[in-house]
Design a protein. Sequence first.
Length: 188
Amino acid sequence: MRFMASATTAAAFTLAIALVSTPTFANSVHLTGNLQADYMKGPTAQQIIDTFTSPDQPPFAGVGWEVIIGKVGFGGEYDADFTRTPQGTWWLDWITQPLFLSYHFFRTSYFFDPFIQAGVGCAGRVYLQQWPESGISSDLFISIYPFVAAGLGLDLSGFLLSTKVSYAPFMSAPPASPITAYPWGTSK
């Protein structure tokens, strides 16, 4: 009986905190839909067009989140792409920026929202087929990297539309690991 009272009290406390904090953080939490492309060798006009028109180089799609309090924020983005080879093999590519800090130069209620970000990222590729018995093979590629980014957002009555450019000074496979680095800048 004591456990039930504790669970009920904890649930009531959690609900009360959620109800009280919702108006406080309602304008601070932003959920995003993402589209991004890998232009490691430098984008050309044709590469940008091909990203949206060619099935050989589709954009990565995903979701993101950010909490902005005043002018400072933190968040993460998670983008992925499933691809099937002509031989019928599937693989998954992902590019994430799972943790970043951001600074917004104007308050979030302004129409223009220029911002900068810095954080850590991870990119990878895994072939979705049966793993060999020998353990990690050449079917898995992972790179981790620090990054900085700059962008501009537009506040369209609560709907934020933004674009950004990210720069990673270096990328490497996870340290002390037999995993091969992600093949950046290669077409899928």
